[in-house]
Design a protein around this ligand. Structure first.
Ligand SMILES: *Cc1c(COP(=O)(O)O)cnc(C)c1O
Length: 458
């Protein structure tokens, strides 16, 4: 008999979380103007707002914190991180930054200029933001299968090579500073990219002499999916797969709050020394000197250790396994989810959950608010509120998908918590026909409104 997986760790310290009554939550969410970002965390029972910076560090990571070297220049912690990046990704040059978007800011300051285009697979919102902020354009070349929630495809993060080549043909190479491959593809639901696709993208990029950068926040989860789904690599260790993946890139940006299992941190790494020199200047202006770049020595130590732990098969089997566990349970209850289930979160298809609510009443936000009221669970809307208004017409942009994301923090909750989440979902799903009305916006910011928007129940 094949034995099931079990978490390759036990619990040494616990943190109390707070139950509350539905009546209390109805009051709190009203006071928060039906915006889940406005809730105090102690009013949330199970917090699935994000898996970014919310994971649990190991005893070894905490020990490393004590060994941090806080020297301004040349700290041992810097060299620990440098050695980890060389070992895991094989890059010689790197710059620490305080988080992922800071890495983007520094790298793009050195490479992206007005009028440029940056093709990729559904760029993450901060990535796109930093590109558009420079009056450049992010062009989405993701395969079409990614946009149909019911189609099963093992690598929905893949780039469509024809779409990509069309961009490389249309623009001169001076206008294309890089291709960005996001692993896993966050915006399409934590979906992986195959090594075959990485090889093909790199071959095309070489033909047109364009560098390839990986937006690598969940690179380890991507490697785990490759081991499971791409037969050439089934006998490789995760660390061997990661080295193979990064062979086809010229550099990377990293939000270490994801797959380096730390609460804060990021970096850029690359092969090209000239680019390193140029980016160093921006690092010094925006982040800090090149050997700390916005991070404490102790945080660099924990990050170096986290990279090693996150690239162990047993850890990933439990981590991705827990996400799949929740997803399978919800599917059994008939809850419409985006498929296949990704590496870090499940995505509820709100249009299929509440088909009677019109899109003008913020369907996904209505489901997210209900999850909080009924069960004290905090997810996040990925729908019309997030999509903002059209900058020219000021009309709402209605995206094809209205999703509620439930992101699972790393090593933080048990499968009992997942059972609880699924049970809450089932309760709401069973009474979904009773929902007659959604929500209405009473106040919003001109851009990035989802963080501060105020709503009321219709
Ligand atoms: C989180 C994330 C970022 C931004 O990183 P922060 O640490 O939140 O600044 C960039 N790209 C991807 C794919 C991410 O998931």
């Amino acid at each position: 008999m094949k034995l099931p997986y079990a978490e390759p760790y036990k619990i040494k310290m616990v943190e109390k979380i707070h139950r509350s009554t539905q009546q209390q939550r109805e009051k709190w969410i009203k006071e928060a103007n039906y915006n889940l970002f406005n809730l105090r965390s102690e009013h949330v029972f199970i917090d699935l707002l994000t898996d970014s910076g919310t994971g649990a560090m190991s005893d070894v990571q905490w020990s490393e914190m004590m060994l941090g070297d806080e020297s301004y220049a040349g700290a041992t912690s810097f060299y620990k991180m440098k050695a980890a990046i060389k070992k895991i990704f094989n890059f010689d040059y790197f710059l620490p930054t305080h988080q992922g978007r800071a890495a983007e800011n520094v790298l793009f300051s050195a490479t992206v200029k007005a009028g440029d285009v940056v093709p990729g697979n559904s760029h993450f919102d901060t990535t796109k933001g930093h590109i558009e902020f420079r009056a450049a354009k992010a062009i989405d070349c993701t395969i079409d299968e990614a946009f149909n929630t019911t189609v099963l495809h093992p690598f929905k993060g893949n780039l469509d090579l024809q779409k990509l080549e069309a961009v490389l043909e249309e623009y001169p190479k001076e206008k294309i500073p890089m291709i960005i491959v996001t692993i896993t593809c966050n915006s399409s639901g934590g979906q992986p990219v195959s090594i075959q696709n990485m090889r093909d993208v790199k071959a095309l990029a070489e033909k047109y002499e364009i560098p390839v950068f990986y937006d690598s926040a969940r690179f380890a989860e991507n490697a785990y999916f490759i081991k499971l789904r791409e037969s050439e690599f089934k006998d490789f260790t995760i660390k061997e797969i990661v080295l193979e993946m990064f062979k086809y890139s010229d550099g990377m940006t990293m939000s270490s709050k994801k797959d380096a299992i730390v609460n804060m941190g990021g970096f850029i790494a690359m092969h090209n020394k000239e680019l390193y020199k140029e980016a160093s200047m921006f690092n010094i202006i925006f982040e800090g000197y090149v050997t700390y770049g916005g991070m404490s020595g102790r945080d660099m130590n924990a990050l170096a250790q986290g990279l090693d732990e996150a690239t162990e098969f047993d850890y990933l089997e439990a981590r991705v396994g827990q996400v799949q566990y929740l997803g399978e349970k919800c599917k059994k209850y008939g809850i419409p989810l985006q498929q296949p289930i990704g590496g870090h979160a499940i995505f509820i298809d709100a249009k299929r959950f509440l088909p009677q609510i019109p899109k003008e009443e913020y369907i996904a936000q209505t489901v997210a608010v209900e999850l909080y009221i009924v069960g004290g669970i905090r997810g996040v809307e990925i729908g019309t509120i997030l999509a903002d208004r059209d900058p020219d017409t000021r009309e709402n942009r209605y995206p094809e998908l209205e999703l509620v994301r439930l992101a699972i923090p790393r090593r933080t909750y048990t499968n009992n918590h997942m059972d609880y989440v699924a049970a809450v979902m089932k309760t709401i799903f069973n009474t979904r026909h009773e929902a007659k009305k959604g929500l209405r916006i009473v106040e919003e910011a001109p851009i990035m409104r989802h963080f501060t928007v105020k709503l009321e129940k219709l």
